[in-house]
Design a protein around this ligand. Sequence first.
Ligand SMILES: C[S@@+](CC[C@H](N)C(=O)[O-])C[C@H]1O[C@@H](n2cnc3c(N)ncnc32)[C@H](O)[C@@H]1O
Length: 388
Amino acid sequence: MTVVASPSPEPLVRLADIPGRGRAFLASRHIKPGEILLSDSPLLLYPAASAGEASSPFCSHCFRSVRSTPTPCPFCPSVVFCSTRCLSGALSSCHSPSICRALAALPPLPDPELRAQVQFLLAASSLSSTSPANFHRLLSLDGGDATPAQHEAIFLHSLLSPLTGFSLQVTATLIAKDRRNAFGLMEPFRAQDSGERRVRAYGIYPNASFFNHDCLPNACRFDYLDRDGDGNTDIMVRAIHDIPEGREVCLSYFPTNWGYKERQQRLMEDYGFQCICDRCEVEKNWKDEDEDEEDMEEEDEDERLEEMDEEIVENAGDGNDEFPHAYFFVRYVCDQDNCGGTMAPLPPSPQGSPSGLIECNVCGRLRKEDGFGGDDDDDDGDGIMLDQ
Ligand SMILES: C[S@@+](CC[C@H](N)C(=O)[O-])C[C@H]1O[C@@H](n2cnc3c(N)ncnc32)[C@H](O)[C@@H]1O
């Protein structure tokens, strides 16, 4: 199925500085459901894990799934490419022979987060030499107060400075930028997989990085990593529902079905703020019987979804007073097994008529706007292509 999207010639969002929230995007006019607010190409991309560790093989240059025989890197064969073209592209950029030999010589790092940070710092180092202007843009993104004393920065600096040439301060600063701004590009969704979907690659997007977080977002981000043609690593942000002019446009930095405690913990640890959005103000008063018993970090996605559902049922009450955001979960959270993605309409036609279809940003399922499951589902598994 091909849907032709027509981004408006005028920017639909404008940047503003909001006290206590930093730079943020505001709607520059009334925005209709499904309108494309932003399409953005990455400043840099890096793999979250090597292709050998991923649940499905992917090309370490274009990041698409590898469907035929992979082409291994001649210097470190656990890294694979989808074609000789991608291999030579990688060898002449961030996967140069000297870098991949050095990578192969690194001590084994058991922590996947640390391995991803190594990839990030190498990609940042490559960016600093190939595009100083883009490296400067990376440094201009939000990063809080990076302290070089952080033990991970000290470790990564000692490991990588001969390769990157970065000082300890620059290493710490870059790690902080990455933590606050990286978008995860996920492995393809498979309904049979329970548990958390794995990130295939991370990307830093210079414009999308200005979206602030809200636990009930009014926009959401789509990527189409496996599609053909240029721009498969671009991301697109679309409006979930009507957004009045001047209203802040926010994404959720993680799946919207996370519980209150887990959301607050992630926002504080990775983004350095306490969320006081409307939803959090309601949910902070909800009772959470499992609060002290379970370590949220250890829970798998299934348990989390179940727990969220239980919390909703327990706290929803008879009316909507305790659960004013119930509409969001009914309408905009995908109910496909193990999914929990956020749904946003496909873009309206150039004449402004609604598409009538709503798309999940995780499993890609399309649903007729008025249908909630059953016969209305367009579940033919075709996937979709959006021509930007
Ligand atoms: C990806 S950046 C978003 C753009 C950022 N405001 C800026 O000035 O560049 C993430 C950071 O924005 C801030 N932020 C995002 N959402 C927020 C919110 N709901 N309340 C307060 N600060 C928020 C936090 O400092 C967070 O670490």
